[in-house]
Design a protein around this ligand. Structure first.
Ligand code: TYD
Ligand code: MG
Length: 462
């Protein structure tokens, strides 16, 4: 970066792009009007260049690394532990993002409750709520151990002193956008402030082996407000998502240096805080109408776990020139593609039909394995044929109408069996892998045509 005479630089508030002059459009993320002028501070404590060589660490070999700190701490929620990759790793920096009111503060306070019951030292720092407000929330959740300490503070130097002196095992920062450093003149929530604050927490987490949870607000586009840099700096990024009007919440890991991503945890918001949903399939299928056309159960993998979902389709003749199509919970382009496959390969006159596809429960599933379920739901609605409640289907559908293999077929079938399904429709190529499974009827299909002609449809005319 060219050194500016004014000692100010321009930052993009969306992606953190840095420039010496103002620009209407950010070259980094191509957003308009996001560049904001900010002072660059003299003493940026986050930069490693300030350390003297004596303070710095020497390079060492893998054998020399002490692994005693490697044991993970359970959060009290097995759903959250799994998303984290087996619990909280000491010394890790975690970002929890999500829409306002989704339950980030509630979740973390409940984690505090569990850790305080284990007599671990925890510090909850809130920049948003007063101590009284936190207490009101805590009273709804239950009783806490005395090892939980609360603090209302937004000044980073004060927080640094308190953390260094108290050495808690776990710190919660609610939220990063309220924290500020005196030496940085821009307002809290700006790129420089967020970067400075995250840098400080990163250093504290790594040097003192403290796990630090950072709460980050999400913009309407669904990314953490402020710079992308935040996501790069932390070890783990968790997103708490869900429909505000539905009771359940899904915790998704989008980055995890110490575990797998794409694991999800399912929670339900109740009167007394969040409760984990141990069997999401059962939960997603509750309320499935019996004997209705256009409803099919499909199976999608979320990380290592199969989740059964109900796909609903409503296909009816269009009253306008151009048919309307909507897809809630899945990709509309994929639905259009599958309808074109049905039209071309089976000769179904769908181009004159409106089609509405919905994944019940508000969950989003975009795995190609739900293709076969979508196809069956569309045909079921179009032909007014009911598919039995005891049937599930999974498989990817290709452009020639072929049903292609999907991974982890055994786990999917096992989940269906566990929930009492009697028949599962799978890609024919996966049959080999499933030949040892007993107690459930497995129907292999090679093409979409096979699927529609199979016994699953026959004899169920409404
Ligand atoms: P909150 O945790 O404050 O969300 P965030 O920190 O993500 O902004 O919001 C929780 C919401 O859940 C709030 O609307 C109130 C509701 N709630 C319950 O339904 N039950 C509870 O026990 C608690 C504590 C909150
Ligand atoms: Mg909050």
């Amino acid at each position: 970066m060219a050194k500016s005479k004014k000692n100010t630089v321009f930052f993009c508030q969306e992606c953190g792009y840095e420039s010496s002059k103002w620009m209407g459009q950010c070259p980094g993320c191509h957003q308009w009007n996001t560049m904001v002028e900010e002072q660059i501070s003299q003493s940026v404590s986050g930069s490693p260049g300030h350390r003297s060589p004596e303070e710095g660490q020497k390079p060492c070999s893998l054998d020399e690394i002490d692994m005693q700190t490697g044991e993970r701490i359970s959060t009290g929620f097995s759903e959250l532990d799994r998303v984290l990759g087996g619990g909280i790793l000491p010394g890790s920096l975690l970002l929890v993002g999500g829409d306002p009111g989704i339950g980030k503060s509630t979740l973390l306070l409940q984690v505090c409750k569990c850790l305080s019951e284990q007599q671990r030292n925890i510090l909850y720092i809130s920049g948003e709520e007063s101590l009284q407000q936190i207490k009101v929330r805590a009273e709804r959740i239950g009783t806490f151990g005395s090892s939980l300490k609360l603090l209302c503070e937004t000044n980073l130097s004060v927080i640094e002193t308190i953390i260094t002196a108290g050495r808690p095992q776990c710190v919660i920062i609610d939220s990063i956008q309220t924290m500020y450093h005196e030496n940085v003149s821009s307002s809290p929530g700006s790129v420089s402030q967020v970067r400075e604050a995250t840098g400080l927490f990163l250093r504290l987490a790594k040097s003192l082996q403290i796990s630090i949870f950072i709460v980050g607000h999400v913009t309407k586009e669904g990314v953490v407000a402020g710079p992308r840099i935040l996501e790069h700096m932390v070890d783990t990024v968790l997103y708490f998502e869900g429909d505000r009007y539905a009771a359940y919440r899904i915790l998704r890991s989008v980055k995890n240096r110490f575990g797998s991503t794409n694991e999800i945890g399912v929670f339900e918001m109740r009167e007394r805080g969040l409760v984990q949903v141990a069997n999401p399939s059962e939960y997603m299928l509750s309320g499935k109408p019996a004997g209705a056309s256009g409803s099919v159960v499909a199976c999608s993998m979320e990380g290592s776990r199969p989740i059964l979902i109900e796909i609903q389709a409503l296909v009816c003749r269009t009253n306008f020139g151009i048919p309307r199509r909507t897809a809630a919970g899945t990709d509309l382009n994929r639905v259009n593609l599958l309808m074109a496959v049905l039209e071309k390969r089976l000769g179904l006159p769908l181009s004159g039909c409106d089609a509405y596809i919905n994944i019940a429960g508000g969950i989003r599933m975009s795995e190609p394995a739900v293709d076969l379920g979508i196809i069956l739901a569309i045909v079921s609605s179009f032909q007014e044929k009911v598919i039995s409640d005891k049937v599930i289907a999974f498989g990817e559908v290709g452009l020639s109408g072929e049903v292609r293999a999907v991974n982890m077929a055994q786990q999917r079938v096992a989940e269906a069996k566990k929930l009492g399904f009697e028949t599962v429709m799978v890609p024919y190529v996966s049959m080999d892998a499933l030949k040892n499974i007993r107690g459930i009827n497995i129907v292999g299909v090679r093409t979409v045509k096979d699927a529609i002609r199979s016994s699953v449809f026959a004899g169920c005319e409404k």
